[in-house]
Design a protein around this ligand. Structure first.
Ligand SMILES: Nc1nc2c(ncn2[C@@H]2O[C@H](COP(=O)(O)OP(=O)(O)OP(=O)(O)O)[C@@H](O)[C@H]2O)c(=O)[nH]1
Ligand SMILES: [Mg+2]
Length: 303
């Protein structure tokens, strides 16, 4: 049997389930997920190891009309990545009609990469007639945009529908080639970044209104506690939660610090699972005024 390998990316509007799907394919959580749009803020690389091939999956930030410099930079990042992959998986949710945002994304992708396949996401939340309608409408786009889908798969990472089928279809269209990553490696994100993301995920869960977009997290220090040779290992982590205004800082901290403690506890449990050791998490909330639109802060915060 020939071995296949290559890169694909998932693109689509915010909140359609790209990161959830990436995690399902990789078999481990490597990308954070939330019910707020615009959760993903980097190109996240996940590696899917199968006996017939290796798929490097790029999970991308949801494409939207940018309102900030950060938003603009993220869209540029997605567009730039489209030409670097063997194929692009466009994600449309089964639960919503195909709209102008979806068509805009399709056009952007086709401008750069014609090797496209369609993933209809969230089938568990839709009824069969909605799924059928989505497929019919998607097929009609072939005429409108003068292209052909390499394949179309309706999936749900939540109930497992067609996840294996999607993998096989992707491997089919990849070129022959050797494994690109060593066995067992599931992502190339540095540990520090994964830790920062888990803290942001815990914060997103609890915060409402415009706050989720205003929050970003930077891990300042991660040190294995010394002098514990005989005891279980312990990691000391110092991280800053950055927000844009003083009023937001007050919300993240909460009454008598209750909100920040809750975020810290949630985040610590997830980080302990990731690092497989006890963690001492020190969180600070800092105000970086208007960081989403300030090039100086964006650079400092890693964008
Ligand atoms: N019912 C159902 N919900 C899903 C499914 N996939 C994702 N979700 C939910 O949809 C929301 C968004 O999921 P994400 O995976 O973060 O979406 P995304 O496309 O990565 O979003 P951005 O990173 O903002 O672009 C979360 O609340 C998920 O739990 C699915 O297959 N079925
Ligand atoms: Mg995402």
């Amino acid at each position: 049997m020939t071995f296949k390998s290559g890169f694909i990316s998932f693109v689509g509007r915010p909140n359609v389930g790209k990161s959830t799907l990436t995690n399902a394919l990789v078999g481990q959580k490597i990308a954070i997920v939330s019910d707020r749009p615009q959760t993903t803020r980097r190109l996240i690389r996940g590696i899917v190891h199968r006996s017939s091939g290796q798929i490097v999956v790029l999970d991308t930030p949801g494409m939207h009309k940018p309102k900030t410099l950060l938003g603009e930079r993220l869209i540029d990042l997605v567009i730039a990545s489209l030409s670097e992959v063997d194929a692009v998986g466009i994600c449309f949710p089964a639960t919503e009609s195909i709209g102008t945002g979806d068509k805009f994304i399709l056009q952007q992708v086709l401008n750069v990469n014609k090797n496209v396949f369609l993933v209809i996401t969230k089938t568990d939340a839709a009824n069969p007639s909605q799924i059928a309608e989505r497929i019919t409408d998607a097929m009609a786009l072939e005429n409108e945009f003068q292209f052909s889908w390499r394949f179309v798969v309706p999936v749900s990472p939540i109930d497992g529908t067609n996840i294996n089928e999607l993998e096989s279809e992707i491997i089919d269209i990849l070129p022959e080639g050797p494994a690109l990553y060593p066995d067992g490696q599931l992502t190339d994100q540095p540990e520090r970044e994964l830790v920062a993301e888990l803290i942001r995920e815990a914060a997103l869960q609890d915060l409402r209104e415009e706050l989720p977009h205003s929050v970003t997290v930077l891990v300042e220090e991660m040190n294995l506690r010394e002098g514990r040779e005989d005891a279980r290992p312990l990691m000391d982590i110092f991280a800053d939660i950055h927000v844009e205004r003083d009023s937001q800082k007050a919300i993240v901290i909460g009454k008598h610090g209750a909100q920040l403690r809750a975020i810290g506890t949630q985040a610590r449990l997830r980080i302990e699972k990731l690092l497989e050791m006890r963690v001492h998490l020190n969180l600070h909330v800092r105000v970086s005024p208007n960081w989403q639109s300030d090039p100086k802060y964006l650079g400092k915060l890693g964008f």
